[in-house]
Design a protein around this ligand. Structure first.
Ligand SMILES: Nc1ncnc2c1ncn2[C@@H]1O[C@H](COP(=O)(O)OP(=O)(O)O)[C@@H](O)[C@H]1O
Ligand SMILES: [Mg+2]
Length: 329
């Protein structure tokens, strides 16, 4: 087997909670939001891993920490065999080109005062990969590649002339012009009109094939994960609770949380009669996570053990791992 392109080892990101004046005077200990609390996984070249979970589970923080857009609290990030966890800004520079991010909101991701053609050309200039003329040429080609034609007309337009779907094509073009080996797509289609989602996912898929590009595809929508991912990782309150090949996880979900996410989506819920796992309420506050298994207050199968003992990720079938004291079988 070839080495994975990306290895994440026990990654943590804690955000300190601002103390009140009274707490500061009392020298109360600083508390933390444990947004990402020790996650590990690998992504191979050309592979798409979907990171799935409800809002507030720590998906965005995980994606941004992996790219070193925010600093990890602990753990290691290894990219193409190099430990990038502690590289300086200067040392990180060559990796910045190889790792890109596509954000959720195509409206906020583009400068309103920059022509979209220039926005796409910009990264080439920043990384010194082309002069102005070459960069414009390549940007025009890229506009065509992402379906914004006639490209010379689109080049001159500003973001406010474009629909949400068109803007997301621009955002993708801007990331793809650097031919990244790895991209974090954070809810890349969540804010886009449903009618255009499939086309945007296809576009990302075409770049994966062309560049043999790996993706961490973050989504709260397990149906989107099914469409595009080779493997699925389910995250709950800063932890990965289940990870495995997409088909296997969807067919044989072992964690009650995964089962609940699947059953909530009629288009992918399985037909066969099975116990309905209903969860209520919201993800608890990450500043004060429940004891034992963090999912236990919402889990219909929870026992005393779940309240006191944190489950470890255990391999239950080939490359399929689950962290649960009572996995579904
Ligand atoms: N910059 C920040 N400072 C403090 N807390 C944060 C910050 N960013 C995210 N959080 C908290 O971390 C947790 C995870 O957030 P996030 O990574 O955005 O989750 P998701 O993307 O799964 O919705 C939430 O409790 C959120 O409030
Ligand atoms: Mg998010």
């Amino acid at each position: 087997m070839s080495e994975p392109l990306l290895k994440v080892e026990n990654l943590k990101k804690y955000f300190p909670i601002k103390r009140s004046i009274l707490e500061t005077l009392r020298k109360a200990p600083v508390r933390y939001v444990k947004a990402v609390d020790g996650i590990s996984f690998e992504i191979k070249r050309g592979e798409v891993l979907a990171l799935i979970g409800e809002s507030g589970c720590g998906k965005t923080t995980a994606g941004r920490t992996i790219l070193r857009l925010i600093e990890p609290t602990d753990g290691r990030i290894i990219f193409d065999g190099v430990d990038i966890t502690k590289l300086s800004r200067e040392e990180l520079r060559p990796f910045r080109r190889r790792m890109q991010i596509i954000f959720q909101d195509p409206y906020a991701s583009l400068s309103p005062r920059m022509k979209i053609g220039d926005a796409i050309a910009h990264p080439l200039l920043v990384h010194g990969l082309a002069d102005k003329e070459e960069a414009k040429e390549l940007a025009l080609k890229m506009l065509r590649r992402v379906g914004l034609t006639p490209e010379d007309e689109f080049y001159e337009r500003y973001p406010h002339h474009l629909s949400g779907g068109q803007r997301q094509r621009v955002v993708i073009a801007r990331a793809m012009i650097l031919k990244p080996e790895f991209v974090v797509a954070d809810e890349a289609v969540s804010m886009i009109d449903v009618s255009m989602r499939a086309a945007i996912l296809d576009l990302l898929e075409s770049f994966r094939k062309e560049y043999n590009m790996s993706q961490l595809f973050i989504t709260h929508d397990i149906a989107v994960g099914k469409l595009i991912a080779d493997r699925i990782a389910v995250m709950y309150l800063g932890k990965i609770v289940e990870i495995g090949p997409t088909g296997e996880v969807l067919k044989n979900p072992a964690h009650p949380y995964t089962m609940a996410l699947i059953q909530a989506v009629p288009s992918i819920a399985r037909k066969k009669k099975e116990k309905k796992i209903e969860i209520t309420g919201e993800v608890p506050n990450a500043a004060n996570p429940p004891s034992g298994c963090r999912f236990h207050p919402r889990c219909p199968l929870a026992t005393e053990e779940c309240k006191s003992k944190e489950p470890e990720l255990i391999e239950i079938s080939h490359e399929h791992f689950v962290a649960c004291h009572h996995p579904l079988r």
